[in-house]
Design a protein around this ligand. Structure first.
Ligand SMILES: N[C@@H](CCC(=O)N[C@@H](CS)C(=O)NCC(=O)O)C(=O)O
Length: 210
């Protein structure tokens, strides 16, 4: 059984989608970022930078509990544990890791900063909003070009798609950025959206009923 420490943000949703896709049993532990629960002493032992997501695999290597932080590391760990969504073929594996790294180093950070300056900053700073709109659009156009030549980011559906999907959903629906001139990206979104595991993973953690 895996303990998942998460909150409904794109970085958290990647891991619930992956766990659902891989059919791994997990227990959800919501870490309420608004209440600053990520800074608790208990959570920092699992996630040293006080960020979600993090996991504890109670049946880790040598069958002992094993904690993993950073969403990219968690995705690679889960893919290797389950044998799913990270090909063994060296070329396909490298391609998957390239697109995964592109999400981790460009798509997520640029959209994250854009979301911050557009939605949360108390002072609206046009330079920052313009800069991150431009850089975010640039990453999305890169994905759109890639998806013109490939059905999924690295050939078959993989952890690269799982990592990128919740960020593109956020770009389209929350920030929002206009994707209408990126038809390949829209086609890819539609293809992933209908996957039952994705639909389930996108609802984790479920809102508390009052
Ligand atoms: N590089 C990290 C980024 C994780 C991250 O930024 N998590 C955000 C939520 S999406 C968070 O925990 N924010 C709380 C904080 O910064 O205090 C990863 O990919 O796991």
């Amino acid at each position: 059984m895996i303990d998942l420490y998460t909150w409904p943000t794109p970085n958290g949703l990647k891991i619930s989608i992956a766990l659902e896709e891989m059919g791994l049993d997990y227990t959800v532990h919501p870490v309420n970022l608004g209440a600053e629960e990520q800074f608790s002493d208990e959570f920092v032992k699992i996630s040293p930078a006080s960020k979600i997501p993090a996991i504890v695999d109670n049946n880790g290597p040598s069958d002992s509990p094993y904690s993993v932080f950073e969403s990219g590391s968690i995705l690679i760990y889960l893919a290797e544990k389950s044998g799913c969504f990270l090909p063994e073929d060296p070329h396909l594996r490298l391609m998957t890791l390239e697109w995964l790294m592109f999400q981790l180093s460009a798509v997520g950070p640029m959209l994250g900063q854009l979301g911050h300056f557009k939605m949360f900053a108390s002072e609206k700073i046009p330079y920052a909003i313009n800069r991150y709109t431009k850089e975010s659009t640039r990453t999305l156009k890169t994905l759109n070009r890639r998806l013109h030549e490939s059905e999924y980011l690295a050939g078959d559906y993989s952890i690269a798609d799982i990592a990128t999907y919740p960020w593109v959903v956020s770009a389209a629906n929350r920030i929002p950025l206009d994707l209408s001139d990126m038809p390949n990206l829209e086609r890819w979104l539609d293809q992933i959206e209908i996957r039952p595991a994705v639909q389930k993973g996108m609802t984790v953690p479920a809102p508390k009923s009052s």
